[in-house]
Design a protein around this ligand. Structure first.
Ligand SMILES: O=C(O)[C@@H](CO)OP(=O)(O)O
Length: 229
């Protein structure tokens, strides 16, 4: 079985401004570019050879993958992109300052959405300009597949599906796979891979730009996981 490397994109311009981002296509901040370079240096100094790369459709994850591969001198590596690795869709909270939302809705409700499992944020209305159906990047998709606001559970469904559909077959070929994605889409995958309960996942935070390595047995059970530092 191959190895899996998960990396959360470097800090984006909205991470720095403390704004809910979700599917909004925000680029890396200068600090995020440095984090992506650092991740590439770690891959290189640990002599890891990446065979294939997967990223979400969002430029902060794509650019992180490109910078990482460039720094690691592996720009030839094939990259595949899927909306199923996108960040959790944050519904009507997208574009809003996190502290202001917290003040407006109270801590309990805020945390039930932000770090809870089942609770979705308030949905976008179908004619909201932030509806992904208005974004040409998603024009090939069926509108019924496009979320208007997701819980972590909803995010987990699409991410874990994609893992089995596209990524597990590469691991089965003994390949070393890089996934560049997002805080919550990676939490969803980590919850699945490490058998973390839906209560415990609330405490898991994925740091930006830190490569997480996973090794597996022949049945795709995780045998070890560690962070490159
Ligand atoms: O804004 C977002 O889309 C996410 C990730 O940055 O935020 P949070 O960590 O608050 O879930």
């Amino acid at each position: 079985m191959g190895k899996l490397i998960l990396v959360r994109h470097g800090k984006s311009l909205w991470n720095v401004k403390n704004v809910f981002t979700g599917w909004t296509d925000i680029d890396l901040a200068a600090e995020g570019i440095e984090e992506a370079k650092n991740a590439g240096e770690l891959i290189k100094s640990n002599l890891i050879n990446i065979d294939i790369c997967f990223s979400s459709y969002l430029k902060r994850a794509i650019r992180t993958a490109w910078i990482l591969l460039d720094t690691a001198e592996m720009m030839h590596v094939d990259c595949r992109y899927s909306w199923k690795l996108n960040e959790r869709h944050y519904g009507d909270w997208q574009g809003k300052n996190k502290d202001e939302v917290l003040k407006a809705v109270g801590e309990e409700y805020f945390l039930s959405i932000r770090r809870g499992y089942d609770t979705a944020p308030p949905s976008l209305s179908t004619n909201d300009e932030r509806n992904p159906k208005f974004d040409p990047n998603y024009k090939a998709l069926d509108v019924s597949d496009l979320p208007l606001g997701e819980s972590l559970k909803d995010t987990s469904k699409r991410v874990v599906n994609y893992f089995f559909e596209a990524i597990a077959p590469e691991l089965a070929k003994d390949r070393t796979v890089l996934i560049s994605a997002h805080g919550n889409s990676l939490r969803a995958l980590i919850e699945y891979l490490e058998h973390i309960s839906s209560e415990e996942i609330a405490k898991v935070e994925v740091a930006t730009g830190v490569p997480h390595m996973y090794e597996f047995d022949g049945k795709l059970n995780v045998t070890s996981h560690y962070q490159l530092k």
